[in-house]
Design a protein around this ligand. Structure first.
Ligand code: AKG
Length: 272
């Protein structure tokens, strides 16, 4: 277990080695805390888009029928979908992704969660639709891949780089949502970046250090594939939650991945 001190030190040594040898290790700059990518950056993009579109088609008839934790942003991916579409776990644990995240976090991190998130058309500004940083880790990397084209009115993830997310704006990492008005008094709205782009494009972002909001989908729904890496040791439980929240992410464990063929021989190093 990498949560033991010796394993943790070994993980840091491995990360240092990797950071000098991988072309992906500086893909997310450590000062800005994000990297947008286009639809031709990853060769897997079109297969990921096709898989998530298939998952959406399979669940479309249930959308809006079941109560979910956040009506404006919820996961439709099930364990069975993940097994039916191995490309999703395989990409999240691919060399390019793990080297990107390891390079940014400076240690061998843990893949905590993944999901295919649907943002229904809505006119609320609530919860994670308000500016916030994620208080579940001191730093982390989330990847968002647009499955449908995202443009004005789709509620694309909107954020400020780490360099502009001051400590007071982060409230020292403590969970707090801010009104636009209060944010824009400190940092100009013109510096906000929106992860708009065609299907297959996306973003890596440290959501613990970059102030962000999303899912203000006032005109059209949004579908994204999202996964989350956290540093070790971390405060998040590395075991499945007892109470599963409807619409919440899938918690990644070795059990969840059982039977899924992963191309990277060392992939399970990133899963507890
Ligand atoms: O894109 C969104 O709806 C925001 C999601 C968010 O805040 C998060 O995943 O941390």
């Amino acid at each position: 277990m990498a949560t033991r001190p010796a394993a943790h030190l070994a993980a840091r040594r491995n990360a240092r080695k990797l950071r000098t040898t991988s072309r992906w290790s500086a893909f997310v700059p450590r000062d800005s805390g994000y990297r947008l990518f286009s639809d031709d950056t990853f060769q897997e993009a079109s297969a990921i888009v096709a898989a998530c579109q298939d998952i959406y088609t399979r669940h479309a008839h249930e959308i809006g029928l079941r109560p979910v934790n956040k009506h404006y942003f919820y996961n439709i991916l099930t364990d069975d979908d993940l097994r039916a579409h191995p490309i999703l776990a395989d990409f999240a644990l691919s060399a390019a992704v793990t080297e990107t995240v390891t390079g940014y976090l400076g240690q061998v991190p843990r893949l905590h969660s993944l999901g295919v998130f649907y943002s229904a058309v809505n006119d609320t500004i609530d919860g994670s639709q308000m500016y916030h940083v994620d208080g579940d880790a001191l730093n982390q990397v989330k990847c968002f891949i647009n499955i449908w084209d995202v443009g004005p009115g789709s509620g694309g993830l909107t954020f400020f780089p780490k360099t502009l997310t001051s400590r007071p704006l982060r409230h020292g990492g403590l969970l707090k949502t801010l009104r636009d008005y209060d944010v824009y008094r400190t940092v100009s709205e013109k510096h906000a970046i929106i992860a708009n782009g065609p299907a297959g494009s996306g973003l890596f972002v440290d959501t613990s250090r970059c102030l962000h909001q999303g899912s203000r989908a006032t005109e059209r729904p949004r579908l994204v594939f999202q996964f989350q890496y956290v540093p070790r040791p971390d405060a998040l439980p590395a075991y499945p939650a007892k109470r599963v929240v409807k619409g919440g992410h899938l918690h990644v464990t070795r059990g969840l991945l059982e039977g899924i063929k992963l191309s990277e021989p060392n992939a399970l190093m990133f899963v507890d």
